[in-house]
Design a protein around this ligand. Sequence first.
Ligand SMILES: [Zn+2]
Ligand SMILES: [Zn+2]
Length: 288
Amino acid sequence: MAHSRAPTELRHPGADRDCPRCKGTGTRIARSGEVAIAISCDCLSVCPSCRGTGLVAISNAFRARHRRCVCQVVMARRRAFDAAGIPARHSGSTRASFVPTGRHQTAVVGAVSNYLKEFNPEGDNRGLILYGDVGRGKTHLLVALLRELVFRHGVRARFVEFSHLLADLKSGFDVGRGMAALIDPLVDVEILAIDELGKGRNTEFEGTVLDELVSRRYNAVRPILATTNFSPGGGGAAVSNAAAVQVGTEERPGLATRVGPRVYSRLRETCDFVEVQGDDYREQRGRP
Ligand SMILES: [Zn+2]
Ligand SMILES: [Zn+2]
C-alpha cells in the first residue's frame, strides 16, 4: 500500500504509547445515547508537556511567550468529533475495522485513503460520493473518513442521515423557522456528510431544501461527502414504487432523477463518484 504523508491522529502527550485500547492516542470512541463521542482513555495521565495548564512556554531571550499545548488541540478535536453527530451504531467504524469482501472493496478503501491523503485543510477540496446497493459498507467508510478528517486535520464536520435531516427541517419549518436559519449550520461546517442521499419521498419541500443546501455549499466551495443507493445518471420515475423496485419490475431511478438535474449537476462538478460493490456486507456479518 502506498505510504501516506497525511498527518496521523494527534496523540495526547499524557497517553501511554503502548496502550492497545487507544493505540497510544489517549482518545477512545464511546457511545452516548444515539451518538458516538470521544472520551479519554484510562491510560491518560496529567499532560507532561503543560502539567495540565494547557500552555507551554516558548523560550525566548527577550520575553516569555506561551503557546497552546498539543493536549488542548486534542481536546478541541474531541469536541469537534462529538459535534459531528456520528451515529452510535457506527462508533467502531474505522478504516482498520472495515473488512473488504473482495478486490473491488479493497480498491474502495484505497479511494477513501487517497481522499484523506490529498485533503488540504487550508485549501479547497472536492467532495466524494460512495454509491452502490444497500449493505455494502458505504456508511462505515463514510464515517471512517469523517472520523479521520476530524482527528487528523481538525476539520469541523457534520454527519446527517438524509431522511432524518428532512424530518428535522420539516418540523422546524412547520413551527415557523425560516429555511435559511435551518440550513445555515449545515452550510457553515467545513465538511457535510450526508448518508443515504436521495432517500425520501421526493416532495417539493424536500427538493427545495436540497437545492438550497447544495447550492449554498457549492457557492461557499465547501465539499459534500455522501452515500447513496442510487447510481449516477437519470432514468426511472421521480417518485418510485419501492416494492416494484425491489422485485425489479420497475426501472430503478438514477441519482439525477432523485435529486433533480440542478443539484445533480453541481454534485457531478464538485464530487468524485466511487462505486461500492461486493458481497452483501450485513448478510456476511450476520446482521439483520
Ligand atoms: Zn489508552
Ligand atoms: Zn498539555
